[in-house]
Design a protein around this ligand. Sequence first.
Ligand code: GLN
Length: 469
Amino acid sequence: MRNSEHTAFSDTFQRTMEDASVLSAVEGSLAKASEHGDLNAFLELFKDSATAQASAVDARIKAGTAGPLAGMVLSIKDNICYKGHRVGASSKILEGFKSLYSATVVDRLLAADAVIIGRTNCDEFAMGSSNENSAYGPVKNPLDPAKVPGGSSGGAAASVAAGIVHVALGSDTGGSIRQPASFTGTFGFKPTYGRVSRYGLIAFASSFDQIGPFTRSVKDMATVYTAIAGHDPNDGTTSRKPVDPVTLTHPGKLRIGYYKEGLERAGMDPEIVAHLRSTIERLKAEGHRVEPAEVPLLEHQVPTYYILATAEASSNLARFDGIHYGHRSKNANGVEETYRASRTEGFGAEVQRRILLGTFVLSAGYYDAYYGQAQRVRRMIRERTLRDLERFDLMLGPTCPTTAFAHGAVKDPVAMYLQDIFTVQANLAGTPAISVPSGTHSSGLPFGIQLMAAPFEESKLLAAAEHLF
Ligand code: GLN
């Protein structure tokens, strides 16, 4: 797939403006979401608020006062809060819970006149790589329903790949936007840590979490990224650095590093490797300086991520105690028993596994050996990654070792964790990274190439995604 084949938001926007109303576009999206109900991509359609917002936007278009996202139809992952709407991180523990406020990203999208049509299915608390850990059932890959869409933002990816919405917002802690993008032939972008506010995102691992979009074109990506990026007083981890305008002008000749391990590591699909090799040759022929590099401490990345992310999750998820939010066990007497029974009934197996693991690595006696050590390894990975990104404008590699796999095919949790082998680096280092749909396997399934740039180089990264791939 080449970029010329992707519909740009600007075109869609033009069509909405010329032939129809935002209301009819939104009604069309809602109908399409229902037609594709078997994908299980949406947990809920926000019919009333979406049609009301669409009519209001139509009125503003007529009055000439519409915002920059007028005509854009979106979905949000079920861990992003939208005031007055249900949110549940695809977990039973949040059954019946309604958001009391909106995430900053939601406020910014609505203020720019986008319309949010529903919340999408995901792995419970964003923990997983296949969307099979949702309390509300798995999501089917629109390109092949026998296959998973990836995870944890599986419903988000499916909602874009099936053409239901222009844009889906997901979250990426260790790859949850980029891996499903690779599996569904969409663009998936994780901005720099701190570039997009996480206020109103249900926290999984706070030093890694980042909100980002799925789209079918880089133009859409640039438009929506620009609308959501920037400092937020409600999220102390957001940067005060001004957001560079994304012009998508040709970046010229670049210094591109490619990760050798992406070509050599056991378990890599040979067709993905062949595609990467030919892409490298093409880029060289086009005059870019393309050189091999080593992924810093590759074999330590997934273990480091899983120690730190589970530690942070065990602390973040302590608030779900059966008292403050959602599900409360009916079979418990007293506080202690209410906590225990509510959490046992409310959390699924993978979430429980992670809370136990995280609590273990933080416990006295093991803290230094696991958590402290992982923090040190993370710092080394970050420093080496940033050093590479001084030598190179971009790092290039596979997003994932394989294309989408069949439902139920990966049973061992550790094998599932290895899905994240090439994506966790950007989260450990805090760098921006995008998965660009790049090749089609002989099985017919798509796969992506991952591009990474130095922190806050989103503009360069998106320009390269638009012109080089
Ligand atoms: N697959 C990874 C995990 O299970 C990443 C998840 C994510 O990015 N939210 O932790």
